[in-house]
Design a protein around this ligand. Structure first.
Ligand code: BES
Ligand code: MN
Ligand code: ZN
Length: 499
């Protein structure tokens, strides 16, 4: 993790990051340096000569005179106020372009505290590298930018240092999620996932409980056991809980459930080799919810959270679940496993049932959110950068979407059409694990809906596309694990705290 500081000094003897934009009509460039005075003329002339466009993700490095280097990051069209996500991405793109550098000062147009926060987040999120598994090539790699300074005349105000602290926490846990996603199944198993969070939780206000395979079997978690039984790496159920310090009123309580398939081969419905490597990211939901609760606890938010990560490795072997096998989910519903590649919903069903049971005992849940790389159909429908939200409670969904709008994470509402439910009927069990192929994302959502009481506000987040970037890096998003959903989950807890 890079360090971050704010400075109000205009004597900058450092790499300087500034924004640039272009007027829609006149095509004239403007430099956007926030409250830092900057002599723009020479740079603007160079931009014309360079054929720059100021588009997002355009980063131009120029030799500086007073400073070591001037780095221009594209903000698109000239605006009076730039959208938070524009600032976040521009800061992130610049931070990415500065790997190998030890320090840089960012002077971007932040006219408010929330814009300042967005720049801080973007810069920290962009300064990420994953070189843990490089051996002999390690020394050829440029490490991520180490030290970030943000220029602002408000640098000494306490709200501004608080915003930096928050951005650091968000970035720290996003980096942890990314690291876990990028870690291959040779080095991340259901058990080692648990051990990592046990370690991360030590000394925090988060309590850890790990259910092992023999306990899971005894207690009736047929989904987690059924999915995990083909692997030598035994399944687990990780439960993290955070209770805020007692205050006057009863805090809201949410349960977060994340799909934790440390590798998804498809089981006996074996996936094609091409692209299978991306299935190391099938635990992205589990990583997001587990890191989110740690972030929420570190922010001391007055919200009670339980995070549940059902963890299993979906493998092919003589002990793997066969198509037609019937399993019993926690609570008693039986499922005919017609396709062992539709495994996420099985482990989620167990964990969601348990989460609701524990939530009810603790005085009732105000919401249950599951986060999962659940369907290829999600990627077909919404592409690789927009996640889907499905729900049994439109108000909860709308509130979530509004919060997501502020975090810059792209979510879009999707329906759960009742008429698709019949396609999940099984001739022999309570329900089958697959239904109509068309609308596969919605069918998966309808399956999960069977495991939530109708009166419990529930959101299902399908992050199959956005969780893992196997294209080019962009904005603050690196190649590989992205950390998606964490920021919006934390923001939801913040909004619940401030109600
Ligand atoms: N983990 C996959 C979904 C996935 C696909 C995530 C692509 C990220 C990128 C999931 O377990 C799966 O295999 N789903 C099947 C369901 C089908 C068998 C009903 C799918 O989407 O093909
Ligand atoms: Mn699968
Ligand atoms: Zn999967």
């Amino acid at each position: 993790m890079p360090s971050i500081n704010a400075t109000d000094s205009s004597a900058i003897n450092d790499v300087l990051v500034i924004g640039f934009a272009r007027d829609k009509k006149s095509k004239k460039f403007s430099l956007e340096t926030g409250d830092l005075a900057f002599d723009a003329a020479a740079v603007i002339e160079a931009l014309d000569d360079l054929g720059a466009t100021a588009a997002a993700d355009e980063v131009i490095k120029l030799p500086g005179s007073a400073t070591k280097l001037v780095v221009l990051t594209g903000l698109g069209q000239t605006q009076k106020n730039y959208a938070h996500e524009t600032l976040r991405r521009a800061a992130g793109a610049a931070a990415r372009a500065l790997s190998g550098h030890s320090s840089a000062t960012f002077a971007l147009p932040a006219n408010s505290l929330s814009e300042f926060s967005a720049v801080a987040e973007g810069a920290l999120l962009g300064a990420y590298a994953f070189d843990e598994f490089r051996g002999t090539s390690k020394s050829d790699r440029k490490p991520a930018l180490k030290k970030i300074n943000l220029h602002s005349k408000n640098a000494k105000k306490s709200e501004y240092s608080k915003a930096l602290k928050r951005a650091e926490i968000i970035a720290k846990y996003t980096h942890i999620v990314r690291d876990l996603i990028n870690t291959p199944p040779s080095h991340l198993t259901p058990d080692s996932f648990c051990q990592r969070f046990k370690k991360l939780s030590t000394g925090t206000k988060v309590k850890v409980e790990i259910l092992k395979d023999d306990q899971l079997r005894k207690l009736g978690y047929g989904g987690i056991i059924g999915v995990g039984q083909g692997s030598a790496n035994k399944p687990r159920l990780l439960h993290l809980s955070y209770t805020p310090k007692k205050s006057g009123k009863k805090p809201l309580r949410y349960a977060l459930v994340g799909k934790g398939i440390t590798f998804d081969t498809g089981g006996l419905a074996l996936k094609p080799a091409q692209g299978m490597e991306a299935m190391k990211s099938d635990m992205s939901g589990a990583a997001a919810v587990s890191a989110a609760i740690l972030a929420i606890a570190e922010l001391n938010l007055p919200v009670a959270i339980d995070a549940w990560a059902p963890l299993a490795e979906n493998m092919v072997s003589d002990t793997a679940t066969r198509p037609s096998d019937i399993i019993t989910i926690y609570g008693g519903k039986t499922v005919e496993v017609l396709n062992p590649d539709a495994e996420g919903r099985l482990v989620l069903a167990d964990a969601m049932m348990k989460a609701a049971e524990v939530g009810a005992k603790a005085g009732g849940l105000d919401g249950l959110i599951d986060v999962a790389t659940l369907t290829g159909a999600q990627v077909v429908a919404l592409g690789t950068r927009t996640s889907a939200v499905m729900t049994n409670n439109p108000e909860f969904s709308e509130r979530f979407l509004q919060i997501a709008d502020g975090t810059g994470e792209q979510f879009w509402p999707m329906p759960l059409p009742e008429e698709l439910r019949a396609s999940l009927d099984s001739p022999v069990a309570d329900i089958a694990n697959i239904g109509d192929r068309m609308g596969g994302m919605l069918v998966a959502g309808l399956f999960l809906k069977e495991f939530v009481a109708p009166e419990l506000p529930w959101l299902h987040l399908d992050i199959a596309g956005p969780a893992y970037n196997d294209g080019k890096p962009h904005g603050y998003t690196p190649v590989g694990g992205t950390g998606v959903a964490l920021r919006t989950l934390v923001a939801l807890a913040e909004s619940a705290a401030g109600r």
